[in-house]
Design a protein around this ligand. Structure first.
Ligand code: GLU
Length: 472
């Protein structure tokens, strides 16, 4: 049977994570593609928390979903709808399906089903429910439900089902390989397939955009919708994500949880840019994009069919690009939680000094986790290991002594000019010892930032310590 998707007046998509574990980067890729599609089509992005599994779902994981979307800058237009609060709806909808015999009670025990599975395996047959309870007389079945535990199964009719996937084109499933599937478990909780199908109808979802791992669920959900008398939405299955070792990205892989990316010191805008490139590429090949660029360039039809790679190198590159152009105000907002060692001193600074330090840092850091080390020489002075060795070829003592004499100069350019006049040195032979004297290091942010940030007495103190160090 060939399925035609419903006509829709408005684009309405949903992100429907299950709060049963730490949020995965793959989940967030799905969220990003849904959000982009909705926004680029002027539609709505709906958040639905699929928490029907009471044992495995936690409030903490639900909160993580909300916080992660907020962190990424993805707002939803409706929701969050919690499926655990919609149980009455599912039960009300299943009742007429039972009455119409589209769904039937199954009394097979877990042991019995396990035996079926082993038997099928022995005979190299697909593990399909053999339909043992399908032919129980409905009246008798109803009687038995009063005293026996049972689940509810959907009765499959027909040979095959074809639907049109917006990314992969027509996809056909052989229904004989599927078997009547469970829609309500013996504990009276609807299965994912049932609750998702019902909600996609009730929430008027126009497009279901989700990972390829859900492809095999799609015919089940379409059958449920059809039985309820509704045409299904358009489906689009995003390509599989492969880790760097070539296997499917999973929680075993380092940096695959969304938390890892937040804690790893990546900017939200870099992560957003990174996620959208997992399985999609802009036609103009300009990979670094702001959200606006993505919205302008995105097209669901141009999402790739091929498995996509999760390459952290790409994320590192994007992060550096974004950091390079970032406004100090933005870096301060994103980076402040990463300043730990000198948090108190940093927090006590006036805003303009904080922004000044952010301007100094943005050119050198690759991640926000580098900020702490980058800030350190502004707040403490200790000649780094090997400093003396690194200055062997330089006239460091003469430069430092001359700098002491020029310490009242208004900026580093004027101070350097005075030191140059006093020593006759210039270029690197001048600037490297100046840097060493003021920062205790051979590398780091531009010198103008140190000179501007440190008070004259602090500069004086550092020069004194530097000279002592050189003579020690
Ligand atoms: N709760 C499912 C998941 O997290 C949702 C799949 C879907 O989008 O239908 O994988």
């Amino acid at each position: 049977m060939e399925i035609t998707a419903r006509q829709f007046r408005e684009v309405r998509v949903r992100f429907a994570p299950s709060p049963t574990g730490p949020l995965h980067a793959g989940n967030m890729r799905t969220a990003v593609f849904n959000w982009l599609y909705a926004k680029s089509a002027g539609g709505k992005f709906i958040l639905r928390i699929e928490d029907t599994d009471a044992e495995r779902s936690t409030e903490g994981y639900s909160r993580e979903i909300l916080e992660s979307l907020a962190w990424l800058g993805i707002g939803f237009d409706e929701g969050p709808h919690y499926q655990s609060r919609r149980m009455d709806i599912y039960r009300r909808i299943i009742a007429p399906m039972v009455a119409k015999n589209r769904v039937y009670p199954c009394f097979c025990s877990a042991e019995r089903l396990e035996e079926d599975r082993r038997e099928a395996e022995k005979k190299s047959r697909p593990p399909v429910y053999p339909g043992r309870c399908a032919s129980i007389d409905p009246e008798k079945g109803r009687e038995r439900t009063k005293t026996e535990p049972y689940s509810l199964r959907f009765r499959i009719a027909g040979d095959d089902l074809t639907f049109h996937d917006a990314i992969r084109g027509p996809v056909t499933f052989n229904l004989h390989l599927m078997g009547d599937f469970i829609v309500v478990r013996s504990n009276n909780i609807p299965t994912y397939n049932f609750a998702a199908a019902v909600d996609d109808i009730l929430m008027n979802i126009s497009h279901v955009i989700r990972g390829e791992d859900h492809l095999s669920n799609t015919p089940k959900q379409i059958l449920i919708m059809k039985a309820l008398g509704f045409p299904p939405p358009v489906y689009a299955h995003l390509p599989l994500i492969l880790a760097e070792d070539g296997t499917k990205l999973s929680k075993r892989h380092a940096n695959s949880s969304f938390r890892d990316l937040i804690d790893g010191g990546y900017l939200p805008e870099a992560v957003l840019n990174f996620l959208v490139l997992i399985g999609w590429h802009p036609a103009d090949n300009v990979e670094e994009m702001a959200a606006d660029d993505m919205l302008r360039k995105f097209a669901l039809e141009s999402v790739s069919l091929r498995p996509a790679h999760y390459t952290l190198e790409k994320l590192d590159w994007l992060n550096r690009q974004k950091l390079h152009h970032i406004a100090p105000e933005r870096l301060l907002m994103a980076g402040a939680p990463f300043i730990k060692k000198h948090a108190m001193a940093f927090d006590a600074l006036p805003l303009h000094s904080k922004l000044f330090l952010m301007s100094a840092a943005r050119e050198n850091i690759a991640r926000l986790t580098d900020l702490d080390a980058e800030m350190t020489p502004f707040f403490e002075y200790a000649p780094e290991d090997g400093l003396k060795e690194g200055l062997k070829e330089y006239q460091a003592e003469a430069v430092a002594a001359a700098l002491r004499g020029a310490n009242t100069a208004p900026d580093i350019a004027a101070a350097a000019k005075a030191v140059q006049a006093a020593t006759g040195l210039k270029g690197k032979t001048l600037y490297l010892p100046l840097r060493a004297a003021l920062t205790g290091r051979l590398h780091g942010p531009e010198l103008k930032y140190f000179y501007g940030f440190l008070s004259p007495p602090e500069r004086e103190r550092r020069i004194g310590l530097f000279l002592e160090y050189l003579r020690s």
